[in-house]
Write a protein that binds this ligand. Structure first.
Ligand code: PLP
Length: 425
């Protein structure tokens, strides 16, 4: 970890003198990277995107795990445009509301993996995770248990970049250099139910919630071991803690059902979502909140002092409603298993010819661990030359999570490009 005090860029010790500084600072990228090292994506259609030199790629990670409905969907674009023409924005703070936010909340409550859910809307996944943490702690506080503040999370896991989401994230590299995180967070191994039970038993009345991704995403794409998620539910019930399922990637069809919770037969207390809620057409996330967490907040003395300016932005809500209609009409959640089976078959064939050390996934969310040799970033770069965008996770894992509209010939291209890249092409 090295932080240079330079204000001018190239002249200070430790900065890269070969690259001129330029205004845009990219997330999860080296600030020293040259501007021309980025691939400028300019258009998209279906499962494909095109860069500014006209090169076409299969978008094998659905952008950043979000573009379930595919690019260029006129239904969604027109819904957003129509909404902006009618009302550009109006907030939800007391005592205002707007119709798209109300309609979206109703629709989400119907789809939710728990009965009688209420819905809090945010601009993305990290904010949704922070909201879930705060609501979990607040619900305990107003029921007379303010000391229930511990949140148990898993390693590896990814829950975002705000201080709350970063602190819950079980990837130490994402915390390095950012100073102290949020307190009262305990990490346990991703499959280790005994460790969860130990924390609960050793800190009676202190655990507010457990947070878990149904399938760990950016932490490496790890499906749950059989019985793990139901085991978490049982432990939460036994010890009075909430179960938060972080469905920012798995929500809206990625695993086959609307939410991973239904898919794995688990009833969560809170569900965080974002990404495929709008397929990326507008930034939107939120939290589905079951009665155990929202009923306590209905006490007359409680004011929910939480929310952002753009919580329930009408254009984002219009995008989500139109996107959900597309997913439903075309049964895109139903395509997840079709895509997944074809992709798994292709990746396992590459494993047998090129010695991948692991192939794993669930629904339409897959990863491979590479053999010794070129890093995941190097193989990703070679795959770009074959017209396929995948995402490296760490140094030796590549993730695949294509739009649910991808056709099977393009699914086959993903493993063909991987095989070619591993062969040095
Ligand atoms: N939670 C999970 C499971 C995620 O995968 C992500 C993003 O990848 C987040 C939270 C954070 O979402 P955002 O990047 O929209 O803030």
């Amino acid at each position: 970890m090295h932080i240079t005090p330079s204000r001018t860029g190239g002249s200070a010790a430790g900065t890269d003198p070969t690259t001129a500084p330029y205004p845009l600072l990219h997330p999860f990228a080296r600030p020293a990277a040259a501007q021309d090292s980025f691939i400028r994506i300019v258009s998209g259609r279906g499962a494909h995107v095109v860069d500014d030199s006209g090169r076409r790629y299969v978008d094998a990670l659905a952008g950043l795990w979000y573009c379930a409905a595919g690019h260029g969907r006129t239904e969604i674009i027109e819904a957003v445009t129509a909404q902006l023409r009618t009302l550009d924005a109006f907030h939800l703070f007391e005592r205002f509301s707007n119709p798209p936010a109300e309609a979206l909340a109703e629709r989400l409550a119907e789809l939710a993996p728990m009965p009688a859910a209420r819905v809090f809307l945010t601009c993305g996944g990290s904010e949704a995770v922070d909201t879930a943490m705060k609501i979990a702690r607040l619900a305990h506080a107003v029921t007379g248990e303010p000391e229930r503040t511990i949140i148990i999370s898993r390693s590896p896991s990814y829950h975002g970049v705000t201080y709350g989401g970063m602190s819950l994230t079980g990837l130490p590299a994402n915390q390095a250099g950012f100073g102290p995180g949020v307190g009262n967070i305990v990490h346990v191994g991703k499959d280790d139910l005994d460790a969860v039970a130990d924390v609960m038993a050793s800190k009676p009345g202190r655990v507010a919630a457990v947070i878990a991704e149904p399938v760990i995403g950016a932490g490496g794409v790890y499906p749950p071991r059989p019985g793990y998620l139901t085991g978490l539910r049982d432990l939460c019930d036994a010890h009075g803690a909430f179960l938060i399922m972080d469905e920012v990637i798995t929500g809206f069809g990625r695993l086959g059902g609307w939410f991973g919770a239904q898919h794995f037969g688990v009833r969560p207390d809170l569900v965080t979502f974002a990404k495929a809620a709008t397929s990326g057409y507008q930034p939107l996330g939120g939290v589905l909140i079951g009665p155990a967490a929202h009923e306590p907040l209905r006490r007359p003395d409680v004011v929910l002092r939480h929310g952002g300016t753009y919580s329930g932005h009408p254009a984002a809500c219009a995008a989500a409603l139109a996107n959900i209609a597309v997913l439903e009409t075309e049964d895109l959640p139903g395509r997840a298993s079709v895509i997944g089976e074809r992709l798994e078959g292709g990746l396992r064939a590459v494993a047998s010819t090129h010695g991948l050390s692991d192939v794993r996934g669930h629904g339409a969310m897959w990863a491979v661990d590479l053999p010794d040799g070129p890093t995941a970033t190097e193989i990703r770069d070679r795959m770009l030359a074959h017209g396929v965008i995948v995402r490296p996770l760490g140094t030796s894992t590549l993730a695949f999570c294509p739009p649910l509209v991808i056709d099977l010939a393009d699914v086959d291209l993903l493993s063909a490009a991987l095989a070619a890249a591993l062969s040095g092409q």
